[in-house]
Design a protein around this ligand. Structure first.
Ligand code: FMN
Length: 326
């Protein structure tokens, strides 16, 4: 039987309904974005990356906002970043107490602010530390631990593959997600899916693929080409939870305007619940363009919605726009 994106599977003993995973997205992947992905069918959702130091030192906002888990979003994985195994173990314990089902460790972030602390993609240069971090997270939390990493740091560098092997064979991680672009590429350039394919055939644990998965067609292609156990939807999912339902065969065609507006309204309401209306008004400026573009709104609407100082103004603008369109 050919493998299907709708097949169930297990990751470190956690049952997952299908092969679609919401990728970690910094500044975006909070509880309601993950819940939204779940509503549209995602089998698993991963949180935005969370500082292990902030959790260890009980930073109030980090713990309240980034470790918030909604009862309906399970199974959920919380992604931690950091470079200190003792701190990682302590943070992982706190993440388990917050209700996560899995922990993912970020070994792929290319941002200098993160790498200069020895975390993120910088860990590809320190395989022994990478192994120690994964072991510490498992010890601290008692949860299955996965790692998301890059193929390397620079063009031609394959250290990520070697680190992935050590994580699977020495650290005993439950799974590995490979984003087969080197860190200096950031998010551009073609992912090298062959690397994922060879890793998937070699490792004794599930290998997932991330990178370049922005349309249903590209997701299906990468899933069949790599033999990966699952796919992580990242930029393709921004303001587009419909990508999950499309891939699962649960929708026929793109959403109607009413459905897009209703979804944006849901997002606005959840953001207010999460941050209060004032902070939500600023936070949502990142989210509006994805939905406005899908609504076919032009530059004028994009600019106007960015100027809104309250969520009520944004809602009024959207309602007016729809009235004008109809
Ligand atoms: C805005 C943004 C935030 C991201 N934040 C994280 C993160 O917190 N942790 C992580 O491991 N990867 C992060 N990534 C990388 C994505 O999870 C994914 O690997 C990458 O976007 C490649 O997939 P794509 O080409 O399908 O978008 C982020 C990417 C974007 C665009």
């Amino acid at each position: 039987m050919p493998r299907s994106l709708t097949d169930s599977w297990t990751l470190g003993g956690v049952a997952i309904a299908n092969r679609l995973v919401l990728a970690p997205l910094a500044g975006i992947g909070n509880w309601f974005v993950r819940l939204q992905a779940k509503r549209y069918g995602a089998g698993l959702a991963v949180s935005e990356m969370v500082s292990s130091f902030a959790v260890h030192y009980r930073n109030e906002r980090t713990c309240r906002e980034l470790l918030r888990i909604h009862p309906d979003e399970h199974p959920v994985s919380v992604q931690l970043f950091g470079h200190d195994p003792a701190v990682m173990a302590s943070a992982a314990e706190r993440v388990a107490a917050a209700g996560a089902d899995l922990i993912d460790i970020n070994m792929g972030c290319p941002v200098p602010k993160v790498c200069k602390t020895g975390a993120g993609a910088a860990l590809l240069e320190e395989p022994a530390r990478a192994v120690a971090l994964a072991q510490a997270a498992a010890r601290g939390s008692g949860l299955p631990v996965t790692v998301k990493l890059r193929s390397g740091l620079r063009p031609g560098d394959r250290r990520g593959v070697e680190v992935a092997r050590r994580l699977a064979f020495e650290a005993g991680v439950a799974g590995v997600c490979l984003h087969p672009r080197h860190a200096s590429q950031r998010h551009s350039g073609s992912p090298d899916y062959d690397l994922v394919g060879s890793l998937a055939s070699e490792l004794p644990v599930p290998v997932l693929v991330s990178g370049g998965l922005q349309s249903a067609e590209s997701v299906r292609l990468a899933f069949s080409q790599t033999g990966a156990e699952g796919v992580l939807l990242a930029r393709g999912s921004l303001g587009n939870p419909w990508l999950f339902s499309e891939l699962l065969g649960r929708s026929d065609g793109p959403p109607e305007r009413e459905a897009i507006l209703a979804e944006l309204d849901w997002v606005i309401a959840r953001a207010c619940e999460h941050l209060g209306p004032q902070r939500a008004a600023r936070y949502l400026r990142k989210f509006y363009p994805w939905y406005v573009e899908r609504l076919g709104g032009g530059k004028a609407l994009q600019a106007a919605i960015q100027q809104c100082s309250s969520v009520d103004d944004a809602r009024a603008l959207l309602v007016g726009e729809v009235a004008a369109f109809v």
